[in-house]
Design a protein around this ligand. Sequence first.
Ligand SMILES: [Zn+2]
Length: 252
Amino acid sequence: MPGTILAVGAHMDDCENGAGGVILDAVQRGWRVVVVTVVSDFSTWAPTVGREDQVRQELLDLADRFGYEKRFLDYAYHQVEPNIQLKRRIAAIYDEVSPQIGLVHCPEDHWPDHRATGIAAKDAMIFAHGLSGNLQAPRCERIFGYSSTPHQMVSFEPDFYHDVTAVMEDWMRLVTGTDCCLSGMAADELPLHTVTVPASGDRPERTLRCSHHGWLKLAECVVWGNRGARCPFALGLKALWGPREGRPLFDD
Ligand SMILES: [Zn+2]
């Protein structure tokens, strides 16, 4: 296996919405991707009350279908603090899976669960030697911050861009899947945006179907593709730890 990514998100869809392009690209390159969802007591959030077990199973099925691992830490909604308990739990997973790349929320996020999870996850991946029980645990080589949605983090300014053009269809399908889990609606009940991307080079014309969160991310990826990576779609990330010189995420 060429490498491992550990992605940590507060809510059921944060990693998938915020960093799904990199997650799927990594999976398709043979990397192991472990996604940790901190808040997963679905009895503490009105939209998921009454279908707690179903939501959990659907999220696991989605991860299975797209080739990554999903783990739940079972915190309640809006009750996450960046304390030692949370840092230790994330550090234990970090030490177990030994990732080369970490993906976390940025601490500037307006959502308190996002902020707390971002701080705890970054600390856990840099200071696992003091938190995991393994005194020899190395620091994560590279940690990037992602933004889940534009209105949750209006000040997000990426400084690293990864071309996600090849995985956009799959990413939009994945986000449609998490939007189904979130809403309790089937994919054919969700209002979907349809975007036709004209043929370019050896890439044929493509049609992307985007649910609400997919549409938001697609719009951002168009801007980031133009700004940072000179490609149709790029994911913008913020380098929080490790090299900032723009070394690509994956060695081809
Ligand atoms: Zn969230």
